[in-house]
Design a protein around this ligand. Structure first.
Ligand code: KG4
Ligand code: ZN
Length: 336
């Protein structure tokens, strides 16, 4: 079969990214322009600022991706783009660019689901990995436990009933004055603290579902900090970070293992920004191994939002015959 080279675009949140991917798993370039500095002063992503910045940089990023890959427009076999879920104004920038290029070049246009692309990041890091497996997708906006039955064939086993874990990390980091984005900063502080110092709650559903909930934990951390301040006690940031992180990771790991074992999977994968978390990686690896499971996670750069993972997902969609037409639209919410 001839090589299939895909140009992929990702603009669902605050990263403008374009990548060139060969045959699904070979990344020829993956340019990521992060807007984090712009949003930092607001303590979170401001949608209007995100959209405007995507528009400013997208063409340059696409050109950079093609240049770095040494690939001209004439070599492209398809254009893949994230079309949801995400910030609708941000998504629209990528979707419009992709539609224009697919139309001008007369090549297939492929719409990719953001969570599907996060899962596919594993295929790039682990060339031998094939479905079926179970994947925990955890990021700033998502917390999904997904059965990956085949390429492009998913079943969501569990999801968060309130906040995503990344959201909880970012909020807790804010009240601890650690900065933004909070995940990596809490991860760093937690390594210096005692994770048994404070007994924060772990939310497990009473109905036997593997759904997640992190808002109670978030509130418990905020209450603890306020109580300590009111009592005139100093707060040991490292201990709060370590105890909070331990509570998040305990639930993520236990529910993922249970999901895998109950449904007869022998392989677990992680994906999404929170999959960079050092404790989550360590725990799922050791507990997974103890349970006889194989464990995979993408390299850190492929855990954050990036277009290479979109190119990988787009490739498998292309092989299965999926094509979008020029009515492809951006969707703030989109089911998997
Ligand atoms: O996947 P991603 O780049 O964007 C979304 O789709 O949301 O994930 C970003 C999220 C942020 O909430 C960030 O704080 C979190 O991932 N994150 C982490 C770590 N690195 C990034 N959370 C915990 N530990 C980390 N090391
Ligand atoms: Zn993401």
């Amino acid at each position: 079969m001839d090589d299939i080279i895909i140009l992929a675009i990702e603009t669902s949140c605050d990263e403008t990214s374009a990548a060139v991917v060969k045959n699904g798993r070979e990344v020829l370039s993956n340019i990521i322009s992060s807007q984090v500095k712009l949003h930092k002063v607001y303590g979170g992503v401001v949608p209007e600022i995100a959209s405007r910045k995507h528009i400013e940089v997208i063409q340059g990023i696409i050109q950079q991706a093609l240049d770095e890959a040494g690939v001209g427009f004439d070599k492209l076999g398809a254009i893949a783009v994230t079309h949801g879920p995400g910030l609708v104004g941000a998504l629209l920038v990528g979707v419009s660019s992709a539609k224009a290029m697919a139309f001008a070049l007369n090549v297939p246009l492929i719409g990719v689901h953001h969570i599907e692309s996060h899962i596919c990041a594993n295929f790039i890091t682990h060339r031998q990995l094939e479905p079926p497996f179970i994947c925990l997708v955890v990021s700033g906006g998502h917390s999904h436990l997904v059965e990956v039955k085949d390429y492009c064939d998913f079943n969501v086993l569990a999801r968060t009933r309130d906040d995503a874990p990344g959201e909880a990390y970012d909020k807790v980091a804010r009240v601890l004055d650690l900065g933004y984005p909070g995940g990596p900063l809490i991860d760093q502080q937690a390594r210096l603290g005692n994770d048994e110092a404070i007994d924060f709650p772990r939310a497990y559903m009473e109905d036997g579902s593997l759904d997640f909930s992190f808002s109670g934990l978030k509130t418990a951390v905020l209450n603890y900090i306020n109580q300590q301040k009111q009592a005139g006690n100093s707060i040991v940031v490292e201990d709060v970070a370590a105890s909070f992180q331990r509570a998040v990771v305990d639930v993520l790991v236990n529910n993922t293992l249970k999901g895998a074992l109950d449904n007869n999977y022998d392989t677990i994968a992680l994906a999404g920004g929170v999959a960079s978390n050092s404790l989550l990686r360590k725990e799922i690896e050791s507990k997974g191994r103890d349970a006889g499971l194989k464990v995979y996670y993408p390299e850190p750069i492929l855990c954050t939002d990036n277009a290479a993972m979109v190119g990988c997902a787009g490739y498998y969609r292309l092989l299965k015959g999926y094509r979008a037409d020029l009515t492809l639209n951006a969707h703030a919410s989109l089911s998997l």
